[in-house]
Write a protein that binds this ligand. Structure first.
Ligand SMILES: *Cc1c(COP(=O)(O)O)cnc(C)c1O
Length: 376
């Protein structure tokens, strides 16, 4: 028998969450963001649940090639654009849309030979200071790009730094709107947090409405069933279902006496007699080593906590109050417990929080040695 750990990708949940994004922005077109191999779910596995998107947004030419290999003929957008001039050959061949965020990318396009004009999104740095033209140089970049014979449609794009938090998006929306107000073209501004927290019926923050062009929202993390603004809101609050389950089984139990310790560094000491279980999952499977004693976990669908340090291949769970649990009991590290859609759910966000990180990182860090299966 193989080691009992496995990950499940719930394609029905992906479809449900995508539909949730569409309900939040019904008049916008919807990018399913599938960078980082669909946030660790696997592009090919996730595709079955995401094919009702209007397009796929990602970073990597090899990933774009995989989306085309699945038979997708619709829009595919490179969110960071091209990395060197040669990439434009692949863009032309695969008919990709690409982000233009710096002068060099415009220079490369001006020197590129293509029969079909490219569909591009010009990115504004409206305050996040990663990619894009600052507001004061945006219109000059737009004019130059728009005049190139290599370019067809020019969409307008920016990205929010604080859509999930108290700072909000208003300063960035104002900067973006002030410079783009009279420019033609599609807008694309919203990530998951902006879709859920800041959107009107047409998919755009109010101050950007009324320009007449079609718009695109970019749904990433919400598609995978994690709340972008946890713990202020959880996935259930937003009507999202977990798209990934990581589960394993107990491979041993131990009866502890008061004062007995558990695992490396003896980081946990029993205050009373108690029973623990040893689950076949460790940090080499992608479970976060920083998740200390008290991290939530399900055993046979019942909520309990981890005890002691996570080791490479194992972690320990508290079996107090679970007299029926033993070797072979199902352990849910995150996602859906046993019992299907009516059963218990352990949000990946709760595990991430206990480890001082976010759901995004845990799903992307699922280790290669864990077998993954798509289920509906
Ligand atoms: C990753 C990414 C997104 C998706 O963000 P989520 O928070 O996962 O919804 C949207 N836009 C850009 C530019 C991104 O890089």
């Amino acid at each position: 028998m193989p080691r009992p750990i496995e990950a499940l990708v719930h394609t029905g949940a992906l479809a449900h969450n995508l539909a949730r994004a569409r309900r939040a922005a019904p008049d916008a077109r919807l990018w399913a963001v599938v960078k980082a191999d669909a946030y660790g779910h696997g592009i090919e596995r996730a595709y079955a649940g995401l094919r009702r998107a209007d397009g796929f947004a990602l970073l990597d030419l090899a990933e774009a090639e995989r989306v085309r290999a699945l038979g997708w003929r619709g829009p595919v957008l490179l969110l960071e654009g091209v990395f060197e001039p040669r990439d434009l050959e692949v863009v032309s061949r695969l008919d990709l849309w690409h982000t233009v965020h710096c002068t060099e990318q415009i220079d490369w396009l001006a020197a590129h030979r293509t029969a079909d004009p490219h569909h591009v999104f010009l990115k504004m740095n409206s305050g996040m200071n990663r990619l894009g033209f600052r507001p004061e140089s945006y219109r000059a970049a737009w004019a130059r790009l728009n005049a190139l014979p290599q370019v067809g449609e020019v969409g307008l794009m920016t990205h929010f730094a604080d859509a999930d938090g108290p700072r909000g998006i208003e300063p960035q929306v104002r900067a973006f709107a002030a410079v783009t107000r009279d420019l033609p073209g599609e807008r694309s501004v919203a990530n998951s947090a902006a879709i859920l927290r800041h959107h009107g019926a047409d998919g755009l923050p109010g101050s950007l409405r009324g320009h007449g062009a079609g718009d695109w929202v970019r749904a990433g993390i919400m598609t995978y069933g994690s709340a972008p603004d946890f713990p202020e809101h959880d996935a259930a609050h937003w009507g999202l279902e977990p798209a990934m389950t990581l589960r394993t089984r107990l491979i041993a139990t131990q009866q502890l006496e008061p004062g007995d310790t558990v695992g490396y560094g003896s980081a946990f000491a029993a205050e009373r007699a108690m029973r623990i279980g040893i689950a076949a999952c460790g940090y080499a499977d992608g479970y976060p080593r920083h998740a200390g004693t008290g991290t939530p976990v399900l055993v046979d669908g019942m909520r309990t906590t981890t005890v002691g340090r996570v080791s490479m291949d194992m972690l320990a769970v508290d079996l107090s109050g679970l007299p029926g649990a033993g070797i072979g009991s199902e352990v849910t590290l995150w996602g859906r417990g046993p019992g299907g859609s009516g059963g218990a759910v352990l949000p990946i966000d709760a595990v991430a929080r206990a480890a001082g990180t976010i759901g995004y990182e845990l799903m992307c860090a699922l280790a290669r040695r864990v077998p993954v299966r798509a289920v509906d």
